[in-house]
Design a protein around this ligand. Sequence first.
Ligand SMILES: Nc1ncnc2c1ncn2[C@@H]1O[C@H](COP(=O)(O)OP(=O)(O)OP(=O)(O)O)[C@@H](O)[C@H]1O
Length: 584
Amino acid sequence: MPGIPGGRRLNDLRRLLSLFVPYRRWMAGGIALSLVVALANIGLLALSGWFITAMAVAGLAHVSMDYFTPAAGIRGLAILRTGGRYLERLITHEATLRLLARLRVWFYEHLEPLAPARIQYYRGGDLLSRIRADIDTLDNFYLRVLAPTAAAVVGTALLFGFMALFSMRIALIDLAGLALAGAVLPLLAQRAGRRPGRNAVEVRSLLRSTVVDGVQGLGELRVYGASGRQQERVSRLSHDLIGPQRQLSRIAGAAAATTGLTTQLSLWFAVLIAGPMVAAHEIDGPDLAMIALFVMASFETVNGLPAAFQSLGETLAAARRVFEIVDAEPQVADPPTPAVPPTRPELRFSGVRMRYADDAPWALDGLDLELPAGRRVALIGATGSGKTSVLNLLLRFWDYQAGSITLDGRELREYAGEDLRRYCAVVSQHTHLFNTTIRANLMLARSDADESQMIEAAKQARIHDEIMRFPSGYDTFVGEAGERLSGGQARRVAIARALLKDAPLLLLDEPTEGLDAHSEGHVLEAIQTAMQGRSVLLITHRPRALRHMDHIYVLERGRIGIQGTPEQLFGSEGASLNAYATVG
Ligand SMILES: Nc1ncnc2c1ncn2[C@@H]1O[C@H](COP(=O)(O)OP(=O)(O)OP(=O)(O)O)[C@@H](O)[C@H]1O
């Protein structure tokens, strides 16, 4: 395709094929069966032609002939064709579905370590489109490209060998026709279809992400009266899709028509050659009928090739988009031999500098911070001062460029990311609740927890009673992103989830943000319980949450400005604390 060098395309094709290797037996079985079906079909037509003609000739000549054997052959081929088709569908679908399951898991396994740093610049709909449509396209590679091509190559060789037994000239004509219809025309069609094929994939993906975006933001679109504009955007993209699709259909139509013409011409030439052969007694009359029908039917073996060549462009474009994600390096790599997981939740930042891109300003610029085991530390500061970036470093979502962060005396980089994340429980204002039951959302933190542990966590998070008031209790569906729960309830479910995880280091990122005073009170109570016996790093703008902290750091443009106990910073009555904490 334009833009993708040939070498890389070949490489992509090789990689694609290597993904199919575990299913080679299923796939070979499917291909063999489709070959059997095609040959049975051709044989059926040719034998029937021969039989009818032979019977007519025998009738005219008043001679008797054995009609049992050819009739049985016809029945046998018909049964083979039908039974073979059934088995072929069964096996090719089995192969396809097995492959699909593997491809999705394989893609997801590569995608997960990229979150969030590497995938934040992809649009949600675009990722969805890669996961769903592109993987489907790759999956079609077997059914639409590989199977027809393999069956065509083997089938053509067999047909050529058979026809050569009667006439080399006819065999060569048939071969030339098959090569034209099966290789030359599809190649030309594929070349013509490259640009529209690529455009179609791109526009389709853009359309999908625009639709997903629009559906997710339906509320906002209505509030701001922007539904019309969104609709226009979608219909413009749908319209843009018509162009390449029409071009692709035209190419497919022209290829199909030319293939039909090639078939008829081959038949015509075969009859022109075979006619004189009958006259010269080189072959019998019924053989002429058989040869003519055989040549015509032989094109069935290359029927799928034009579509295969056309799909190849689409498949390679999809493969490129999928490999692009699969090949991306995670932002943070694990050390080759990770240290044993930490046991003491004691954290120290010294002179830490981090930024999100080489040309971005420093988000943290010489940060020094200490969190002794079992202590509660708060981080406050104006918006954009770098508070959430501290959590991003702790969870190893991003790396730091200078300075040192130690946990339990070891540099953060020495631990495996998974071990660190297992050691932390996080509650943030954006904690995601999955569109499933409350129970499943809680169990996400610890799948081996039993009912009583789950209920205990919910009680500590002050949400159990409210859950029990729902008709389905813990089996209540929370809706997309927890929309069927109130903000405060969702936050407390998130706290219960963190409690169930029972991790020694509790990270709270503005857990009461966006809640009214009443809900905030409930959530703070839950947090109070959650903080017992843990090291806590709390990021907040809300003064109420600060009262229970041991130490407060004030972040100013990526480094600590002032710090101290709540009393030292704000006086015993906390009046100025209110003023300061709401600055952000
Ligand atoms: N994922 C990201 N990619 C690129 N830049 C980012 C990202 N997250 C934060 N930044 C930038 O890093 C700086 C610090 O952001 P950070 O989110 O840490 O601040 P914050 O103090 O938590 O702000 P807020 O109180 O608004 O949540 C900002 O300039 C922000 O634009």
